[in-house]
Design a protein around this ligand. Structure first.
Ligand SMILES: [Zn+2]
Length: 407
């Protein structure tokens, strides 16, 4: 019994000592021509191993008994004096810093006199072309996503195998598993717009299913508010998004105008939620909101919808998402079809977006009332291009957002 107690005492003491000796790298920043590392406490400068590697020329610093505070530390470091600057958890207790400068410059790092917790690594005086910080080992979906031609893929492979694998362990992976909610508009007795005998509810479900495949292909998880021809009250749609803790909410609709205008008006539009004075947005919102007013009972009025509009950063995020999605949809469609009109990114007080407490957009994929556009909208190829465009937009948006957070 006594022996056991002693053993426990020893274990506790040794782990305390062990963990006490680990310095946490809290921050890495570029300031006054130096890469500055800030630890949570004083560390043993003498133990830092500094050496260089060639092809390409790199200054390497291995800092033992150190850990990154989190995966964001040392990401997105750029300088016009280095091709790249990378900070990583090289081994469980070793942080590695790599400056790729292309050539030597007599780098001598130091611990500032009055700041025992910092370590400064001067950057070269000469300028080089900065490269983005390295993404190592493209994972399945980034590979799929970026590989356009074999040539490019080979190039990438070459660059990766060129040696960077050693100094960057698993980096926070992009696009992996984020949940996207896709909401196919209308359904059941609510047909949505009708043009030339074709119904909005059928069209948007077809596109939603294609979008689901496109997103899954890129490594996202997807939840569909409906996958059959059923009616959902609008508040139910966003409630699902909230419950499922989705990263992004995308509602898919098709637009239409009265007969006398049907040959004139066409194009792709993406909406995000905001109070609006724009008459056209208001008209479209009124049409799309109609089902809510019918379905949700007397307590709601159009005014309630407009007044309950959210404010703040989510609007900005939704706006960014809308811009990315609109851009990628147009790029895809225009690569294969002529005369695709850019209806722009607009804001409108859509009910369906009000309840969603996450970046939310409503895509009007085209005008079902326009004869040529309707014909296109019901071809698999056109639908696929729309789906691909939305998926690329979402992936792009989330990539940029991650970058912002990491910064
Ligand atoms: Zn609709």
């Amino acid at each position: 019994m006594k022996r056991l107690a002693l053993f426990w005492l020893w274990l506790c003491l040794s782990t305390t000592i062990l963990f006490a000796s680990i310095a946490i790298l809290e921050k890495a920043e570029i300031k006054k021509g130096e890469l500055r590392l800030h630890f949570n406490k004083a560390y043993n400068k003498g133990k830092i191993r500094h050496f260089t590697l060639k092809n390409p020329y790199r200054e390497i610093f291995d800092i033992p008994n150190a850990r990154l505070k989190n995966r964001y530390v040392g990401k997105n470091l750029y300088s016009s004096h280095c091709h790249s600057i990378r900070v990583s958890q090289f081994k469980p207790n070793t942080v590695r810093v790599v400056l790729e400068t292309g050539k030597g410059y007599g780098c001598s790092a130091y611990r500032p006199l009055l700041s025992y917790k910092s370590y400064h690594i001067p950057l070269p005086h000469f300028k080089v072309k900065p490269r983005k910080s390295v993404k190592v080992k493209p994972t399945k979906q980034t590979k799929k996503y970026t590989h356009k031609s074999k040539k490019r893929a080979d190039k990438k492979k070459k660059r990766v195998s060129n040696a960077y694998v050693i100094d960057t362990p698993k980096i926070y992976h992009k696009g992996a598993g984020e949940l996207i909610v896709i909401d196919a508009g209308h359904g059941g007795h609510d047909t949505g717009a009708i043009g030339g005998g074709k119904r909005e509810k059928d069209l948007v479900l077809q596109i939603a299913k294609r979008l689901e495949r496109q997103l899954k292909k890129r490594g996202f998880r997807v939840h569909m508010t409906r996958r059959t021809d059923k009616f959902l009250k609008l508040p139910q749609r966003t409630k699902i998004a909230d419950k499922k803790d989705a990263k992004v909410f995308i509602s898919i609709h098709a637009n239409s105008v009265p007969k006398r205008k049907r040959n004139k008006i066409h194009g792709v539009e993406t909406f995000y939620l905001q109070k609006t004075r724009d008459a056209k947005s208001q008209r479209i919102a009124a049409r799309e909101n109609k089902a809510v007013l019918k379905g949700a009972g007397s307590s709601l009025s159009k005014k309630v919808i407009v007044d309950s509009v959210l404010n703040g950063p989510k609007i900005i995020e939704s706006n960014k998402l809308a811009i990315d999605v609109q851009r990628r949809m147009l790029a895809n469609l225009r690569a294969h079809y002529r005369g695709v009109k850019d209806g722009g990114v607009r804001h409108a007080p859509f009910w369906v977006l009000v309840g969603a407490s996450r970046p939310s957009i409503l895509v009007e994929v085209g005008y079902i009332s326009h004869p040529r556009e309707r014909k296109r909208l019901f071809t698999p190829r056109y639908q696929e291009l729309i789906a691909k465009g939305i998926a690329e937009g979402v992936a792009n948006y989330l990539k940029n957002r991650r970058k912002e957070i990491e910064f």
